[in-house]
Design a protein around this ligand. Structure first.
Ligand SMILES: [Zn+2]
Length: 224
């Protein structure tokens, strides 16, 4: 099973410090098998096709060393009006953020909107247990139904991940739900990159008897 890191920002984001090439080369040096670039949609905006083309060139350039995926992190506070869901066919996946914030868009509205996307979709750094409580629904069941994966964000900025690390009950619930899981470092600068945390999260997922989403992508590309 490959090591994946599906949440990384580059200079296409207002808060990113490195070029896509620097982020990818850093990941290769750290032994990552599959890396996803996920710049902020609200920073990329009209450069969307330039961004997709740039990541596409990186996929070619580094394909012998690492599988590069083109993602996008989409804010939901509020729902962006300048991103057409049809543009998502250019992407490998999208991460949606801030659904658990007080100002996030309505979750039911989000679910319907997310159906229009033509790539894999996941929730970035989202406290799904909080959302469950807020809406009084079994969110794991809903995520499974809508084919939404869930990110374990290891950046250290989100309490829900630490809670998950130490909470057997929540881990069992997630395992039994069969939702797909991703791991993201949420890197904005390679100086903060910590491969130890990424490996720890993979161990956790492995111990749950599960595999991270896209973890076999590198193997697939080597065989084709
Ligand atoms: Zn991010």
């Amino acid at each position: 099973m490959g090591i994946t890191d599906l949440h990384n920002h580059t200079i296409y984001s207002y808060d990113g410090s490195n070029t896509p090439e620097e982020i990818i080369e850093n990941a290769i040096d750290a032994g990552i098998d599959v890396i996803g670039i996920t710049d902020h949609q609200f920073s990329v905006r009209e450069r969307f096709f330039e961004y997709v083309a740039h990541i596409g060139r990186c996929q070619e350039k580094y394909h012998k060393h690492i599988k590069v995926l083109c993602g996008l992190e989409i804010g939901t506070r509020p729902k962006p009006l300048d991103f057409l869901s049809s543009m998502s066919e250019k992407l490998d996946y999208c991460l949606f953020e801030s659904l658990d914030s007080d100002h996030g868009m309505d979750f039911y509205e989000f679910l319907e909107w997310s159906r229009l996307f033509r790539c894999k979709r996941g929730l970035a750094h989202t406290d799904i247990f909080l959302l469950s409580e807020r809406y009084g629904i079994n969110i794991l069941k809903t995520m499974k139904e809508y084919d939404l994966f869930w990110e374990l964000n290891i950046s250290g900025n989100y309490v829900y991940y630490y809670d998950f690390l130490t909470n057997d009950k929540k881990r069992n619930m997630v395992r039994e739900s069969n939702i797909q899981i991703s791991i993201g470092s949420d890197t904005h600068w390679i100086g903060e990159f910590d491969i130890g945390r990424i490996k720890r999260a993979h161990k956790l997922v492995e111990n749950m008897g599960r595999q991270c989403i896209f973890s076999d992508a590198m193997t697939v590309s080597k065989n084709t």
